[in-house]
Design a protein around this ligand. Structure first.
Ligand SMILES: Cc1cc2nc3c(=O)[nH]c(=O)nc-3n(C[C@H](O)[C@H](O)[C@H](O)COP(=O)(O)OP(=O)(O)OC[C@H]3O[C@@H](n4cnc5c(N)ncnc54)[C@H](O)[C@@H]3O)c2cc1C
Length: 332
């Protein structure tokens, strides 16, 4: 029997499918080949008519099928409703593997589904593979990031949530004749929680590391709050987001949600500018898939230069103001 890999397509508040879905779609192509050409399908739960507007993404990313639950009640995320749709679908189609992005929503949805289905879920993975027995081998950091553990799930579906940014989207379209199958939720779900309003934190809105094309990150080398302000100013001048090393977070210069690396976020922007960051492996695992990397560091032997496309050996306190100045001249 042909196996099936199911991927959850999260629709964001802004109405687009979350970028992590497209990275999972690319990884699924690789996994499907190792699973005797398994079919790849998506699950979307959204308001009426939405699936059609995002269909092109499924077609270009090699999806054989899309299971769409559409209802006005699905305009806003609700744990009970969304998990019920997913559970009903899994019980009907019995996918071999079920992948979900480790976004805020995915981290809420995944465990509820897996516990209801009495299956296992490897959370917050950074690598996926198929082992010699045809099982999903899901790797994630453990013991506070000191070890990498590869975990197998004995039950079905084999579930995993995957960090945004760890895989790259497809470089070339894989066009499929995608079939959209509309589904209705059959179980009666009366949510215990009602969403009254959605207010996005201004800070998060301005600093969305998951979707930023340019990230300027500061490390311990930025020394103090005034120094870190330079990072924020450069990010602003480039219309980018602000990231940080753990060194900077531990010094209280940045919030933990801005931390990039093994125990922080994984990002892959078009441009990553590392300022006063040494380039410890625990930091670079979270950003080394960025398209272009610029590093500014006083130490010419800093490991960050090994992965940088452009390196400035020098004082960030002198270089950053000059960059900001040049950028403002360009826009004047
Ligand atoms: C289990 C575990 C998990 C971890 N997870 C993470 C993680 O998720 N993310 C992370 O970042 N780290 C993580 N770390 C910590 C990591 O090992 C490093 O300690 C940390 O990344 C160092 O931060 P830094 O580069 O800012 O500081 P440092 O290593 O101290 O580097 C500061 C750099 O600034 C340069 N500098 C100084 N002054 C200037 C100046 N004026 N201008 C320009 N450059 C200057 C210095 O030459 C130096 O290279 C983890 C560690 C462990 C053990």
């Amino acid at each position: 029997m042909t196996k099936e890999i199911l991927i959850y397509a999260e629709v964001t508040k802004s109405g687009y499918v979350h970028p992590v879905f497209f990275t999972l779609a690319a990884k699924a192509q690789e996994l499907a080949q190792k699973l005797d050409d398994a079919i790849i399908s998506a699950l979307i739960i959204t308001s009426k008519g939405k699936t059609e507007t995002v269909k092109e993404g499924f077609v270009k990313c090699g999806f054989d099928k899309v299971y769409a639950f559409e209802d006005e009640r699905f305009g806003n995320y609700n744990t009970e409703l969304f998990s019920s749709c997913a559970i009903e679908l899994v019980n009907e189609i019995h996918p071999e593997i079920f992948l979900i992005g480790a976004t805020t929503q995915g981290r809420d949805l995944g465990p509820r589904i897996s516990s209801s289905l009495h299956t296992g879920l490897t959370a917050d993975c950074i690598e996926l593979d198929i082992n010699e027995k045809g099982m999903l081998a899901a790797t994630r950091p453990t013991f506070g990031g000191k070890l990498m553990a590869t975990i197998l799930c004995k039950n079905h579906p084999q579930m995993a949530t995957v960090r945004p940014g760890v895989f790259k989207p497809l470089e070339q379209d894989v066009i499929r004749n995608t079939e959209i199958i509309y589904k209705n939720i059959t179980s009666v779900v009366t949510p215990k929680v009602e969403l009254i309003d959605f207010i996005k934190g201004l800070e998060d809105e301005l600093n969305d590391l998951d979707s930023a094309e340019i990230i300027v990150s500061g490390g311990k080398g930025m020394k103090n709050a005034e120094g870190f302000k330079l990072i924020e100013s450069l990010a602003k001048a480039l219309n980018g987001a602000v990231g940080a090393s753990r060194g900077a977070v531990e010094m209280g210069l940045a919030d933990h949600k801005m931390q990039i690396g093994q125990t922080g976020k994984t990002v892959s922007p078009k441009l990553y500018i590392a300022c006063g960051i040494s380039g410890a492996i625990q930091h670079t695992v979270g950003m080394d898939s960025s398209k272009r990397i610029i590093a500014i560091n006083t130490d010419e032997n800093a490991p960050i230069f090994d992965i940088a496309d452009i390196g400035y050996v020098g004082d960030a306190f002198e270089i950053i103001p000059q960059l900001i100045d040049k950028l403002s001249q360009k826009t004047d």
